[in-house]
Design a protein around this ligand. Structure first.
Ligand code: AMP
Length: 583
């Protein structure tokens, strides 16, 4: 499909991109220290705190009256918070935490939609020196319980409705959870607004260092429980620089990141990076709606828009006439992440939205964008782009011995590896040192993604090397879904895979073998779907369930999801030497 150049970059009323000359910046790039990238705080030498850098630093520099957040409520009304107000409210929240006995290092969870309280809670948590861990509000009680148990959650900020439906059923299993803060009040917790109202608007900013823990983001693997990827305050150096380079963010931008802060994109680029840069962040509490989204872009005069392929595909489905009714002329960059972006979507963006879509790649563990189609270079539709300055990427092969070899031939497939050491690299999986160490070989982080690199250094996504599922941009661990299904009294075995879907890319399908005495009828299928939805929430539960007599397993009893998938899709079954004889 050739290349596509983002022409408006050259409009004479636009300033040059932050990364105008990729090659020269890349050569000899050295990551700045937090003090070089941000401020040298005379009041706290050697300290570095994301909450401070995202708010108070701007106020101290005279930028307090700029709009930091425009938060659109479900009913369409927007709340606007300036940097000064966000600095004050987050300080108030830090004071609330202090009064409730939350100390540095404690884990503060949120289970909230995209409402102002979420941003205030995140920033206040960092100012307190505590660790922020966001939960996706479409999770059900089981994923919520697992994540809060692993991280020994001390406090949870949520709403009375979520608390009743999603937390109360598992509260007895969360002994560390001492403090519940309820936005808009309600029974069973401290009232968020009332608590903030009575607190001072400044706080003691915790003397965190760059290598102190700031965020725990849960992600899924093929097996085992969710993994708590740990990120430190100093990761902010990469958040700021990657947002400047890959998203071309500048202080006068109006930036809309559609990702939910329950996932890493919604935190790194939906909270941290834009506030570090000092631009205006737009958020919308409501879920996708094509007219509403175009309306947001027009009304809020969004200049940089970061979204996901599923959303782009849904916009494409809504038709080409719709966007023509809106004034999108302010939009100067559209970027996308999270799943493969079809080449057609890049072209559609160029032809219909008048901006091509710039795909980029990263994952929870990398903390920030690693590979990108930069504004200053031609886009290769279907490619994820080239490594961010400061990131050394390679295509490798893991040998059976555990050693790693580099794939040098262009376009040959292998696993994407990144040379360890960039500032937002995860510093571990909480309580899982072995799982963390297994991600590294010879100082390289192995991503689990299969890719190829063309002769010009552009990377192309091929697929995952493991069984995790990507549905509507959200990573789902099959094990978590299988475990919930196995809790149903009728289920003997469960195997879960992702099957192709034209919009969400993949949806979850479960294969289930029943215990004796249960019959495979429609009412049981509905009951199982409802059971899974109730326990896991709509974001994780299977869309389809197929009954089978037994599941293909290895001789050691592990369900062979790869085989289930091959059979479902009519693909070659590959090596089945490990297969237990099927009954
Ligand atoms: P998460 O950790 O939930 O952000 O998911 C990360 C995974 O999403 C990656 O390992 C990839 O499998 C997938 N992913 C992220 N960005 C892209 C992209 N631009 N193209 C294809 N897959 C992507």
């Amino acid at each position: 499909m050739g290349t596509v150049t983002d022409r408006r970059m050259n409009d004479n009323n636009r300033s040059a991109p932050n990364l105008a000359d990729y090659e020269s910046v890349r050569q000899g790039f050295v990551w700045p220290t937090p003090e070089e990238a941000f401020s040298r705080r005379a009041d706290a030498p050697g300290c570095f705190n994301i909450g401070y850098e995202a708010t108070d630093r701007h106020v101290a520099a005279g930028r307090g009256r700029r709009v930091a957040l425009r938060s659109i409520a479900a009913n369409g009304l927007a709340t606007t918070l300036t940097y000064a107000r966000l600095a004050e409210d987050s300080a108030r929240f830090a004071n609330v935490l202090a009064d409730l006995g939350i100390v540095a290092g404690d884990r503060v969870f949120t289970l909230l939609g995209r409402v102002p309280a979420l941003y205030i809670a995140a920033l206040g948590t960092w100012k307190r020196g505590a660790v922020f861990s966001p939960l996706f509000s479409a999770f059900g009680p089981e994923p919520i319980k697992a994540r809060m148990q692993i991280a020994e959650a001390k406090a949870l900020v949520t709403t009375a409705r979520f608390f009743e439906r999603k937390v109360k059923p598992v509260l007895a299993d969360l002994p560390s959870l001492k403090t519940i803060i309820l936005v808009c009040g309600g029974d069973g917790g401290v009232d968020f607004d009332a608590a903030l109202a009575g607190r001072p608007t400044t706080c003691h900013i915790a003397p965190t260092r760059a290598d102190d823990l700031a965020v725990i983001h849960f992600t899924s693997g093929t097996t085992g429980r969710p993994k708590g990827a740990m990120h430190v305050h100093g990761a902010a150096v990469a958040h700021k620089l990657t947002a400047a380079y890959a998203l071309d963010l500048k202080p006068d931008d109006i930036f809309w990141c559609t990702a939910d802060p329950g996932w890493v994109t919604g935190t790194s680029y939906g909270i941290i990076a834009p506030l570090l840069i000092g631009c205006t962040l737009v958020s919308d509490e409501e879920e996708f709606d094509a007219e509403r989204w175009y309306g947001n872009l027009e009304r809020d005069r969004v200049t940089v828009w970061y979204t996901a392929p599923t959303a782009v595909r849904m916009l494409m489905k809504a038709g080409d006439d719709l966007p023509r009714r809106y004034d999108l002329s302010r939009l100067r960059l559209i970027a996308s992440v999270g799943e493969p972006l079809n080449p057609q979507a890049v072209i559609w963006g160029r032809d219909v939205l008048k901006r091509p879509i710039h795909d980029n790649w990263w994952q929870t563990e990398t903390g920030g964008i690693m590979i990108s189609n930069f504004l200053s270079m031609p886009i290769r539709p279907g490619s994820m782009g080239r490594p961010v300055p400061g990131i050394e990427a390679a295509v490798v092969r893991r040998e059976a011995s555990g050693a790693m070899t580099f794939v040098e031939t262009p376009n040959e497939q292998g696993e994407l590896a990144l040379k360890a050491g960039w500032p937002s690299m995860f510093t571990g999986y909480l309580h899982e040192e072995k799982r963390y160490r297994q991600c590294f070989v010879d100082g390289w982080y192995l991503t689990g993604d299969l890719v190829r690199r063309d002769a010009d250094g552009y990377y192309w996504f091929v697929g995952r090397a493991d069984d995790v599922i990507k549905s509507a941009g959200h990573l789902i661990g099959p094990f978590e879904v299988e475990s919930a299904l196995l809790e149903h009294p009728a289920v003997a075995e469960a195997g879960v895979i992702g099957i192709p879907d034209p919009v969400a890319m993949e949806v979850v399908k479960a294969f289930v073998a029943l215990r004796p005495g249960h019959t495979t009828d429609e009412s049981l299928r509905k009951d199982l779907l409802a059971h899974a939805r109730k326990r896991l929430g709509p974001a994780v539960a299977p869309r389809y369930i197929e009954f089978c007599k037994s599941l293909p397993k290895t001789r050691s009893g592990k369900v062979m999801r790869r085989l289930l998938k091959a059979r479902e899709l009519g693909l070659p079954e590959g090596d089945t030497s490990m297969l237990e004889v099927e009954k």
